[in-house]
Write a protein that binds this ligand. Structure first.
Ligand SMILES: [Mg+2]
Length: 212
């Protein structure tokens, strides 16, 4: 399989490839104060009323949006849960999402949002395994996880959910996805430092304002 070879190369040469693949460097990430509010907004879930109208489908990218790594490059399978319940890769690296993400997923589900995952990873089975170990499949009504342009992923969402593009909201950390999916009429929010409460709130408010 070509994808297996690609994943092997990505993981073998991760030290060389990583700076080129992830355009926003770690130093830029920590300097971006506008979105750098991870974990600082613990009361947000109880204080924030969902703006209306809500998107009929809220689509989330996975790598560098929900967790701070590329599944096909920065972590090594097999993955498993240790005795304390922490998910780890074969080298012992802890698999942890961005700090606000677990409560955001709970909040979205609890407030009646329909959620979807869209990923272009080269390692879909590894991503599926992590979704199981983190117990995240309960949050998502739709998942499209495979290589290729994300217009294909969104075409599937539209087909399977019946939701038109202009009733969807999408969060992603890559320019190209934001550009392509914006062009088909989906409102897109660019993520620079992982999904957090501030960004979620901004996105939902922007949607409510512009789609009312
Ligand atoms: Mg991403």
């Amino acid at each position: 399989m070509i994808s297996d070879s690609v994943v092997f190369l990505l993981r073998t040469f991760r030290g060389i490839i990583s700076p080129f693949r992830r355009k926003t460097s770690d130093s830029q990430l920590t300097q971006d104060s506008s979105q750098n509010t991870q974990g600082n907004t613990t009361d947000m879930a109880s204080n924030f009323t969902p703006p209306s109208p809500k998107p009929e489908l809220l689509v989330l990218d996975v790598d560098w949006t929900l967790w701070p790594f590329h599944t096909d490059m920065d972590v090594s399978p097999p993955f498993k849960k240790d005795s304390s319940g922490e998910v780890r890769d074969s080298r012992g690296k802890a698999i942890q999402p961005f700090p606000d993400v677990p409560r955001i997923l709970d909040w979205l589900k609890g407030n009646g949002y329909t959620l979807a995952l869209a990923s272009r990873t080269w390692a879909p089975s590894d991503m599926e395994r992590l979704l199981i170990l983190l117990d995240w499949n309960k949050y998502f009504s739709y998942k499209e996880i495979y290589k290729g342009t994300k217009t294909k992923h969104f075409s599937k969402f539209k087909q399977n959910s019946g939701v038109p593009y202009n009733k969807m909201l999408f969060f992603d950390d890559e320019d190209i996805n934001i550009h392509e999916i914006g062009n088909i009429g989906v409102m897109c929010i660019f993520v620079t430092n992982g999904l957090n409460w501030n960004l979620l709130q901004k996105g939902l408010e922007k949607y409510a304002k512009e789609r009312s």
